[in-house]
Ligand binder design. Structure first.
Ligand code: DOR
Ligand code: ZN
Ligand code: ZN
Length: 446
């Protein structure tokens, strides 16, 4: 037998260990893992001496935009950024134009994506106004629902607890998770109005409006709904000490909930935000040191289930405005996440096990992505090859994303994704995209 590809002389992360091995790949799947002499003949052989193969990263929180927001990012540029960052699967957020919240918007989105994507893409849907449509949206292939509590984005009235409970019951029955942006809209709006009236329109005012208690309030509200309905709530970008504490207490009480945090919440504090300005503005924002310490502690204790970039690209123009309230919030993160994490492996704050668990195994488990998350025979050949010794400066001007800025621009890092394989195909090689648009895959639930 002649397989498509053999990756030889590698070190690979298999069953929680880094082992010397070779990998044979056939028809997009991992065909065999073993000693070099046991490998079948191959059409193509790539020698990976001194390089480490990890299961491709899964970024469960990405705003790929396209459609009415294609000027910020599109399926090609966004998935090129993912491939460049060693990420082989992304889950796309629904706050698009049009908002993804019907079978039709979802179908259209998948169709547009199909021709453009370079990695695997799964889709969130927002909640439709008519909860009867929830099941159809899942049947159409959405991997999960997104519930945005900071503003009204979807069709379901977020001020209406009864509606939230009804929707959650249905989703719970379908065994689909609901990813929640936990910031209480009423609290934010009230604070915002007061601050505006007092003529406070800067970054400090934004931080006041998006306080810790805003997160805690929304987390508690969702935990209440989860208790009533059994729905699996996944808390996006957990950013505060007390937000995390409430989540952890609920976990300890046996609730089936999960949470994520972001690299920007782990690596940036309000000091950087003040220095960099609105370019680093996100929602929820980066925080004071005590929150950062709490999040790192959450990683250490495995209370935080996953890391996700919350890649939220905007134009440079949109990142600046006279009033902070008019600044578009969000930063691109697909191309900085893995280098930042690998650098922490060098300094000993993280291990490769952490990275694989937080960005491959756990996201695959939470979002039920079959054949992903682990390097094992029969699984999809989604792999990232990293060079742990490569030292360099991150350069946002070289991003594949349309958003060519980053609060991490110019940071010195150690560890680089050098090759990304998606379904057995080499997509990124030394920073270059070497596959064609549309060579990635669309993930449909079920
Ligand atoms: O920073 C953010 N950016 N927070 C959000 O809630 C939305 C996101 C976006 O879509 O730009
Ligand atoms: Zn969010
Ligand atoms: Zn987001």
């Amino acid at each position: 037998m002649i397989v498509d590809l053999v990756l030889g002389n590698a070190k690979a992360y298999i069953d929680n260990e880094i082992v010397d091995c070779s990998l044979a790949i056939e028809e997009g799947k991992i065909f065999k893992i073993g000693k070099k002499k046991l490998m079948p003949k191959a059409e193509t052989k790539i020698d990976l001496k001194n390089l480490l193969v990890l299961p491709g990263l899964i970024d469960a929180h990405v705003h790929l935009r396209d459609e009415g927001k294609a000027y910020k990012e599109d399926f090609y540029s966004g998935t090129a950024a993912a491939a460049a960052g060693g990420i082989t699967t992304v889950l796309d957020m629904p706050n698009n134009n049009p908002v993804t919240m019907t079978t039709e918007t979802l179908r259209t989105r998948m169709k547009i994506a199909e021709r453009k994507v370079l990695v695997n893409v799964g889709f969130y849907s927002e909640f439709p106004k008519n909860t009867k449509e929830i099941q159809e949206i899942i049947r159409e292939g959405a991997v999960a629902f997104k519930l945005y509590m900071a503003e009204q984005v979807g069709g379901l009235n977020i001020d209406d607890d009864h509606a939230l409970v009804e929707a959650s019951k249905i989703v719970s029955g379908l065994k689909v998770p609901v990813a929640v942006h936990a910031e209480d809209k009423t609290m934010v709006k009230r604070a915002e109005e007061e601050l505006k009236r007092a003529n406070h329109n800067d970054v400090e005012a934004f931080l006041k409006a998006h306080s810790e208690s805003v997160e805690v309030k929304a987390v508690k509200r969702l935990l209440d709904i989860a208790k009533q309905t059994g729905v699996h709530v996944h808390f996006c970008h957990t950013s505060t000490e007390n937000g995390l504490k409430v989540i952890v207490d609920a976990k300890k009480s046996g609730m089936s909930i999960t949470c994520e945090t972001t690299p920007h919440n782990l690596f940036l504090s309000v000091d950087e935000l003040r220095r960099i300005g609105t370019l680093a503005l996100t929602m929820p924002p980066v925080r004071e040191k005590r929150h950062i310490a709490a999040l790192w502690n959450g990683i250490k204790n495995s209370w935080i289930d996953i890391l996700a970039s919350d890649h939220a690209p905007h134009t440079l123009g949109e990142k600046k405005a006279k009033l902070v309230w008019d600044v578009k919030v969000g930063i691109p993160g697909l191309e900085t996440t893995l280098p930042l994490l690998l650098t922490e492996v060098k300094c000993g704050r993280l291990s490769i096990t952490h990275i694989v668990r937080l960005m491959s195994e756990k996201p695959a488990e939470i979002f039920k992505l079959k054949g992903k998350g682990h390097l094992k025979e029969g699984n999809n050949a989604d792999l990232v090859v990293v060079d742990l010794d490569r030292k360099y400066k991150m350069d946002a001007s070289q991003f594949h994303s349309k958003a060519k800025y980053s609060p991490f621009d110019g940071w010195n890092v150690e560890g680089k994704p050098v090759k990304t394989f998606v379904n057995g195909r080499l997509v990124m090689d030394e920073g270059e995209i070497v596959a064609e648009a549309g060579s990635g895959g669309i993930i449909r639930r079920g």
